[in-house]
Design a protein around this ligand. Sequence first.
Ligand SMILES: Cc1ncc(COP(=O)(O)O)c(C=O)c1O
Length: 430
Amino acid sequence: MECTLAYSVLFLIFGQSTRINQKQSELKNNHKMAIQQLMDEALIPALQQRREQSLYRQRRIITGPQNSNLQLDNSPVLNFCSNDYLGLANHPNIITALKCGADKYGVGAGAAHLVNGHSHAHHALEEELADFLGRPRALLFSTGYMANLGVITSLAGKGDVVLEDRINHASLIDAGLLSGARLQRYLHADVHSLDKHLQKQANYNDKRRLIVTDGVFSMDGDLAPLPALSTMAQQHCAWMMVDDAHGIGVIGKQGRGTVDHFELDQHQVPILMGTLSKAFGTFGAFVAGSEALIETLIQQARSYIYTTALPPAIAVATRTSLELLRTSDERREKLTTLIKQFRNGAEQLGLTLIASQTPIQPLIVGDAQQAMALSETLLQEHQILVSAIRPPTVPEGSARLRITLCANHTATQVDRLLTALATSTQKMAQ
Ligand SMILES: Cc1ncc(COP(=O)(O)O)c(C=O)c1O
């Protein structure tokens, strides 16, 4: 009897407290839902607006390796929008090197370079890159974006001036903003505009001035006027940095990039950045320069210090791709032939291209919606993949198809693209 009473009391207390807990968790959940609802309600109109302006960005799912022929959602398409300019991303020797690298080092680097993530493979690649580019040192970064953030924020700060080409890559612009220096954007490839900005800074002789430019402009494919820019840098005692993400591997002797193409050296362009994700066909980035520059970055670049090192197997694979890239010009020569073929064909069709001699051959459309429609027609009716690039990646009114050529393309494939462009642009004009 006593026992039953005790159970009843316990049941009452326990049952009641369970109900209270349930109520509390319901309230909590409702509160959570309310917060999420508030957030979503704030986000959705901007997404909707992007859709209406044909600026919505979407990912496509690739189901095979990077190549001139791609598997897109399991269907074959002809690929004209990759940065794998030399066709190395799927090269058998580089794949084998990656596997050997993984056998030796495992997969993850395990830590940042300054902890215990800096392997012999990383170090050897840095030495080989420095040797290739004729500079005392090179330093690996996990991505090009991080390399740019690291360099600019380490070299410029409050009171300094960073001068950038107006259409520099987003990572360079972001780095300039993050540095806290005054960011001045000069007109595209316009040395007079840069000069005007530099003249205005003449009273700030004790402050650093850093001129920063893409070597090959990523969305236009043209080259920066490096000789004139470096002369200007010397006249104004400014430092100079070139981001040669799209130049290294592709132009210059043995693929040494834009600086080499213009026969400049480290005295004229002391800071050279390159990526490994484009012509090298692997992943990551590096900065090459003097001992003092590289040691400064190791001490100060937060995007170097506070992040995990690249997987060492990637460094092993990249050593193989560097070897392939510097020992033969065959792929670069093939690219040059394809670029000429495409430009001649486009001219005959009356298509207006930007004056670019690099594998980046943009076709300016203007309106974002039309650029999207042209890209969609090429895909749906011709199984050709060329992505439309729209603002804010490119200036308002200059939406385009960013056509890129790769050494793996054949002349027949380039002809197929030209034929498809002819019919698709005619269809759009009707
Ligand atoms: C000029 C330029 N710099 C930097 C980057 C960033 O490199 P990553 O993709 O390695 O971050 C890119 C493109 O990706 C680029 O086009």
